[in-house]
Design a protein around this ligand. Structure first.
Ligand SMILES: [Fe+2]
Length: 361
């Protein structure tokens, strides 16, 4: 497996020619300062979960757009249209008050920290720049729009003081997470049987990442090209099952049976849902489908990887219909990222609440 790109040296133009699945926007100082100022206003009212935050984020995004260059606009448009796997924002401001601690604070303390909320609000605005609305599912992350990604529940390379015996396979643990798209796995764009589609996107930004541990993305288009016509078509058949996610609210969410992995999509060509540690193929599926499933696993294992180490000065939007992501075991327990989900202009979810936006999972 090879590391596809060195983000530090490549310009936006170089990105475009090297890899059409990934592009970068580097904010200048003035743009970064405006973004920080708008984000602070949202943090001051309670962050993305607060009533009114989405209106403020939409206003901030439209104001920021005025200051963007033609090239930056073109990249945003391409992502908004569903044609990129990854968009990286760089040149963001560091946050005063978020110096690296000696030990990761508790989840509760972090969730109420205004500086943490500022980074979350910044992510909400950055999603809005690509026409995505920030939301939460009723069944996941306790209905909260902001998810803190850190080793709160054990499983990292370094043991916690109260390391639990039973580990959770979720972004609240330190365990390695194999290649996956974000749950739920029923459908990708339009709601089916009362289930909203999977998130169109997730955005991640760093709070602390002292060991520069990367987030890894695997664009799906090269995988499907490698698999070829018959295997790709076989993955559109509904012979696949998945197990319930560990990040679901107790008593909510469920295993799923007889779903597809790949779908034709009228806007971006295709969409994909997959999880290397939760998906299986039905035992009575046709041999061609079983072969396609095995080939997909093989292609993922040999895929080119995009690796990127997030910090306070960067954020990464991953197109959840077009790319898988994964990470290795957490090495430094102070590593903390902030994740938000985005719903694209194409998504047709089941809306339970408009402000904050809560979708049925
Ligand atoms: Fe994930």
């Amino acid at each position: 497996m090879e590391n596809l790109l060195d983000f530090a040296v490549a310009s936006t133009k170089e990105f475009a020619t090297k890899n059409t699945e990934l592009q970068k926007i580097v904010f200048d100082q003035q743009q970064a300062r405006s973004l920080q100022r708008f984000a602070k206003e949202i943090a001051d009212i309670g962050g993305p979960q607060a009533v009114g935050a989405k209106t403020k984020a939409a206003f901030a995004a439209s104001e920021l757009k005025v200051s963007l260059s033609i090239e930056q606009h073109a990249v945003l448009q391409r992502y908004s249209d569903g044609l990129l796997s990854v968009l990286v924002y760089e040149g963001l401001e560091k946050v005063n008050g978020l110096a690296l601690p000696s030990k990761l604070p508790t989840l509760e303390n972090l969730e109420n920290d205004t500086d943490v909320l500022l980074i979350a609000a910044r992510n909400q605005i950055l999603l809005k720049l690509v026409d995505h609305k920030t939301f939460a599912y009723d069944i996941e992350n306790d209905g909260k729009l902001v998810r803190l990604v850190g080793n709160f529940k054990g499983g990292g390379a370094e043991l916690l003081q109260d390391e639990p015996r039973k580990l959770e396979l979720s972004s609240h643990s330190g365990l390695a997470l194999g290649p996956h798209t974000e749950t739920p796995y029923w459908c990708s764009v339009k709601a089916v049987d009362g289930h909203s589609p999977a998130p169109s996107a997730l955005i991640l930004s760093g709070v602390w990442n002292p060991a520069k541990e990367p987030t890894t993305v695997i664009p799906a288009a090269p995988l499907l090209e490698k698999l070829g016509i018959v295997n790709t078509l076989a993955l559109t058949s509904k012979y696949f099952h998945f197990t319930r996610s560990d990040s679901f609210v107790d008593g909510m969410g469920e295993d799923g049976r007889f779903v597809s992995i790949v779908d034709f999509d009228e806007n971006s060509g295709f969409s994909l849902r997959f999880n290397a540690y939760r998906f299986s193929v039905d035992k009575d599926a046709p041999q061609l489908v079983k072969t396609a499933f095995a080939k997909l696993l093989e292609a993922i294992a040999g895929a080119d990887l995009i690796k990127y180490s997030l910090s306070q000065e960067s954020a990464m939007v991953i197109n959840n219909c077009r790319a898988l992501h994964c990470r290795d075991v957490v090495e430094d327990n102070r590593r903390l990222l902030i994740r938000l989900f985005g719903s694209s202009k194409f998504a047709q979810p089941v809306v339970l609440s408009q402000d904050p936006l809560i979708l049925r999972g």
